[in-house]
Design a protein around this ligand. Structure first.
Ligand code: MG
Length: 258
């Protein structure tokens, strides 16, 4: 009994000084937790499944349709239709692999209201810088109206979109995805961090340290291979974005108990 309370004392001491929690990577479900039976990428059930395994956040992709309805879907095309070039009505009959339809952002946010997981919101690149900005304006307003600003983090490949998201929602963390800017450049833009393909980080291993020194967070995607998972956790990634969130949570736990 004495020994247990002694270790608990040290554990709480470590946690309170931040030396444990600061090192522990957090897990983000990539396109939700869809690798479970009955789910599908970017479906509402994938968001619910991610929430049910208590990950830090659930990532999803948003396009603006030709008639300005934001929808949650990854690819630029579905059934030969370019998502951004058709009206929402044309997408309504599309069925995802689990039988759900393509969620509108509004439906997705409504479903998120009762959940706890953070919303890792990827705004897809649009055709022109103007359209990137219009999409950013629209989604920031919807997140604000839903009262979910404090639970949202934006990510984008388009520098134009990332800048607009940061401008319209300065209090919300914005991460840049494209992998072509070093931590110094990302810091200068005012973003919260880098969210890069793990191969970019393997090529630039000093970016982990540089980011940390600049106060930026590092997220890596899409980390599904257990060996890469371990490598990224050991390298000090703050977030692991993966299609297998439960496996990643176990890997983090294993690492922290070493
Ligand atoms: Mg994405």
């Amino acid at each position: 009994m004495k020994r247990i309370s002694f270790s608990l004392f040290f554990l709480s001491l470590l946690l309170s000084t931040g030396s444990v929690s600061a090192q522990q990577a957090q897990v983000i479900a990539h396109r939700g937790y869809w690798t479970v039976d009955g789910s599908a990428q970017n479906s509402i059930s994938s968001l619910q499944h991610a929430d049910s395994v208590e990950v830090y956040g659930s990532e999803f992709d948003v396009h603006l349709t030709a008639d300005d309805i934001p929808v949650v879907f990854h690819d630029s095309k579905v059934n030969e239709m370019a998502i951004q070039e058709v009206p929402y009505a044309d997408l309504q009959s599309v069925v995802l692999t689990n039988g759900e339809s393509i969620p509108t952002l509004q439906e997705y946010l409504d479903a998120a209201q009762g959940l706890n997981t953070r919303l890792i919101f990827e705004l897809k690149s649009h055709k022109t810088p103007e359209r990137d900005r219009e999409a950013a304006r629209k989604v920031v307003d919807m997140i604000d109206a839903a009262g979910l600003t404090g639970r949202t983090e934006y990510i984008a490949f388009s520098l134009e979109a990332a800048k607009a998201l940061h401008r319209y929602s300065p209090q919300t963390p914005v991460y840049y995805l494209n992998g072509d800017l070093d931590p110094q450049a990302v810091k200068a833009l005012g973003f919260a961090g880098i969210d890069y393909n793990y191969k970019v980080m393997q090529k630039n291993p000093d970016w982990f340290k540089q980011a940390k020194e600049l106060g930026l967070k590092v997220n890596v995607w899409t980390v599904n291979d257990p060996a890469v998972m371990q490598e990224m956790i050991e390298s000090g990634a703050d977030f692991i974005t993966t299609d297998y969130p439960e496996a990643a949570k176990k890997a983090v736990l294993l690492h922290s108990s070493k």
